[in-house]
Design a protein around this ligand. Structure first.
Ligand code: GDP
Length: 443
């Protein structure tokens, strides 16, 4: 996700941070590069322009230029502006009504609408909600059967299919069934469209009139870039969308749709689809995404992911250590082990501060297991004391560790730097008091 943008911006900021003092011209040059990077990421032109203008205005102020760390300050300003552009807050589903709350799913054919319906149903089920799904798609052959199959896979309820029934009638029947059977949430998967077409739009409005949805979520494919944003705009003109789900974010290295969606349509991105499996969906957290784009890592998501894979006992120990803001080489190693168990670091690399760079430098872009194993080998070559107190590792010790693990001193330095960054991030999380939610998940 956002790989190429992240790389480009990383280069710009490394140059900025590398300098002690900055002039206004330095900042303006950097911002021109940021603008090009955004446009290459397929961000809508007016969005890129206003983003860069607003950042530049703040960044060329004397307070920034005269500060001790002007480069870092500029990065912080960009970070804040990115969060603003993406969100600015995490948008939750609003389902607090007399049940059943209705969630209507709309979108073009092939956008991932039916899959997303099942993913969301699964997510809501996990949160303890009783969910029923119903397909109103009578156009595409087997669409209703597809949803029924997905329903079986997530062990969720679907409305029994009645051949020949029309969408509005299905919606009415679904609503009644959900009410009678005490469902908390009813998810309506409407018919897809090949393009924005009036007849189907009218059908969608009729369904919305009958079912009075709390949420109307538009599903769009992030890989279609600016088209996704245009589609959202057209749908938004016809029905009161409450949010957007961006699918295929797992394959989207550019991220233009995600970056422009909010600014162009005014609609929040509520979820991101990140794979074909039925649990490959994530709430869209602007802060975390901005952190990932700027290569600052997304420690919170990482810890949450790890928590799901961790054994309960480990989790408790880890939670206790994190609560104290501790994070030593043993913790790092257990994180690496979990990552291996979770199936590689592809998805996780961007979440760890410094990991991306270490990854690139160590294997020239060739990802995977091998890097994790090398890191593990380096930690194995440390003495127990070094593991708990990495600050003991001086030049001589580095040479020993590199020899012992078949790596280089540079590699050891990178590992130490990564550990340092993670440790700082953990302390920061502790300070922000943001650990509570994480502890909940860990415990
Ligand atoms: P619909 O026509 O909009 O209902 O689309 P489907 O739900 O049938 O999805 C079309 C294809 O996209 C299926 O093969 C899905 O597995 C795939 N898909 C859906 N969401 C995602 C996602 O977030 N990532 C990836 N990689 N594939 C997805």
């Amino acid at each position: 996700m956002f790989d190429s943008l992240s790389e480009r911006l990383g280069g710009v900021f490394d140059r900025l941070k590398g300098r002690g003092a900055l002039t206004e011209a330095d900042v303006r040059t950097a911002m021109r590069e940021v603008r090009i990077a955004l446009l290459e990421a397929d961000v809508a032109l007016p969005v890129a322009r206003s983003f860069v203008d607003s950042v530049t205005e703040k960044a060329v102020g004397q307070q920034v230029l005269r500060s001790i760390t002007p480069g870092q300050q500029v990065v912080k300003i960009v970070n804040d502006a990115l969060i603003e552009m993406l969100g600015p807050d995490t948008a939750e589903l609003e389902l607090d009504v007399t049940p059943p709350a209705v969630v209507m799913m709309v979108g073009l054919q092939g956008s991932g609408k039916t899959t997303t319906t099942a993913k969301l149903a699964k997510l809501l089920k996990k949160q303890g909600k009783k969910v029923m799904m119903a397909s109103l798609d009578v156009n595409r052959p087997n669409a209703q059967e597809q949803l029924a199959i997905l329903g079986t896979q997530i062990e969720g309820a679907t409305l029994p299919i009645v051949a020949g029934q029309q969408p509005v009638d299905i919606a009415r029947r679904a609503l009644q069934a959900a009410k009678l059977q005490g469902f908390d949430v009813l998810m309506l998967d409407t018919a897809g469209r090949l393009h924005v077409d009036q007849q189907l739009m009218d059908e969608m409005k009729a369904v919305a009139d009958i079912s009075k949805p709390q949420e109307i979520l538009l599903v769009v494919d992030s890989l279609t870039g600016q088209d996704a944003v245009n589609v959202a705009q057209s749908f938004g003109e016809q029905v009161p969308l409450t949010g957007v789900v961006l699918t295929r974010m797992d394959g989207d290295a550019r991220g233009g749709a995600a970056l422009s969606m909010r600014a162009v349509t005014g609609k929040p991105i509520k979820f991101a689809g990140v794979g074909e499996k039925l649990d490959a969906i994530e709430p869209f957290h602007p802060q975390r995404v901005a952190g990932r784009i700027l290569g600052m890592g997304d420690v919170v998501s990482l810890v949450e992911k790890a928590a799901q894979a961790i054994e309960a006992e480990d989790a408790e120990k880890m939670a206790a250590r994190l609560a104290k803001g501790q994070f030593d080489m043993n913790d790092l190693r257990s994180q690496l082990g979990q990552m291996r168990r979770m199936g590689g670091i592809g998805a996780l690399a961007g979440m760890i501060p410094g990991m991306k760079k270490a990854q690139q430098a160590m294997a020239n872009g060739a990802v995977d297991e091998r890097i994790l194993l090398r890191m593990d080998a380096m930690i194995t070559s440390m003495t127990p004391k070094e593991r708990t107190k990495p600050e003991l590792i001086n030049a001589k010790r580095k040479i020993r560790i590199a020899k012992g693990s078949g790596t280089t001193v540079q590699d050891v330095n990178k590992l130490l730097k990564m550990h340092q960054e993670m440790s700082t991030a953990m302390k920061r999380i502790k300070k922000m008091g943001g650990l509570k939610g994480m502890l909940g998940m860990l415990g």
